[in-house]
Write a protein that binds this ligand. Sequence first.
Ligand code: GLY
Ligand code: MN
Ligand code: MN
Length: 456
Amino acid sequence: MNQQFTPVMSLPSVYAERRARLLAQMDKDSIALITTSPTHIRNRDAEYRFRADSSFYYLTGFAEPEALAFIQHPQLLDGDEVQYGLFCRERNREREIWDGLRAGTEGAEARFGADVAFKIEDLDALIPKILMGKKRLYVRLGNDSEFDLKISQWLKNAVSTQRQGGSVPIEIIQLDSLLDEMRLIKDEHEINTMRSVAQISAHAHVRAMQNVKPNMMEYALEAELLYEFMRNGCQTAYNSIVGGGENGCILHYVENNAPLKDGDLVLIDAGGELDHYAADITRTFPVNGVFSPEQKALYQLVLDAQLAAIDAVTVGASCKHYDAVAVRVLAEGLVRLGLLKFDQQHADIDALIKAGAHRRFYMHGTGHWLGMDVHDVGSYKLNDDWRPLQAGMVLTVEPGLYVSPDDETVEARWRGIGIRIEDDVLVTANGADVLTRDVPKTVEEIERLMQKGRAA
Ligand code: GLY
Ligand code: MN
Ligand code: MN
């Protein structure tokens, strides 16, 4: 798989358009303050690689640490009309030798579209002044306690200044409620980026299928995925799961340090992150390239459930509907295969599902919103009802079956088999557009690809 993808380019206008859409929902005399993620120490003075806060990046395209943006209806600030201001690290020759280049305040204005930019060190001095004359403050509270504390200090300082005249915000509004709804419906730039990261991630899964061998370590297989992500400019969107055999039954298995055994399946849940957008793909395939009869039976059942659920992703359908479709297919199949049984209290499928009997083998939901965050923002309910799907939403469809290795209620031949199949789907007026379709998922396609990989 030698194809490489061209980098995604984001124009400043993409972010300006989002800021304008946010502003259109904000009252006059209001201001939004949004900060990026804090940095975190990994060990002693070595930091985790910085990753900007998703909502901050969504509005700014600015990926450096230590930054805060403010957005307001155009207003004079020291003689300049300002709608969008950015606080950021100033350029600093010595620090740049150690840590890399910075945009600085000049770059923030010239390259990132800020009407005005200030040094991050000036936050405490300038924010109370910027808050003056505003009645409402849109802010995200509860994400970063240091920032929450700063907000209360700035408001307090603004009130002291107010004695000399002017107003300060008296209402605080959760900015997330506006931003999450915006982020839930993807714009054209986001859809293009998500198509790219889905394709790159699909190719990474293909590479893993082609390179797996009995006795290989799980982490060595993970390396095949990482190679494909990184050579195409991606980070990982979350810790990759590479679980052989019964490790595939551990939903958040990330140790990835066991040998892959001949005769076992391996479950890989891994996705790249490109320009802050995630893919989230799971495939399950035989380590030796051929499914056993039990593996094949359960795999086919999960696939049937997944295909039925994908068909149920249509504009206007409740966002819970595709989960219900998957659960029904799985429950019926489990009865057919003898893993679930009717009894006097549960004499039909509806009764089994209502009692949650399938949950012993399928204990998670069938999907979630996907975007900048792997489990992306956006509420699933509106006024207590599951919300209808809309064009532009992106979600995962990921049914699975996990038969615990010590489940004595089923025949021994089923035990320790864990299977999930996960694709990323864009909701369109014409139904589901499967962004991750480049990675095979039928039994025949997988076995054929793996045989080819072996022959090569
Ligand atoms: N990879 C996380 C999930 O599938 O939800
Ligand atoms: Mn996943
Ligand atoms: Mn997922």
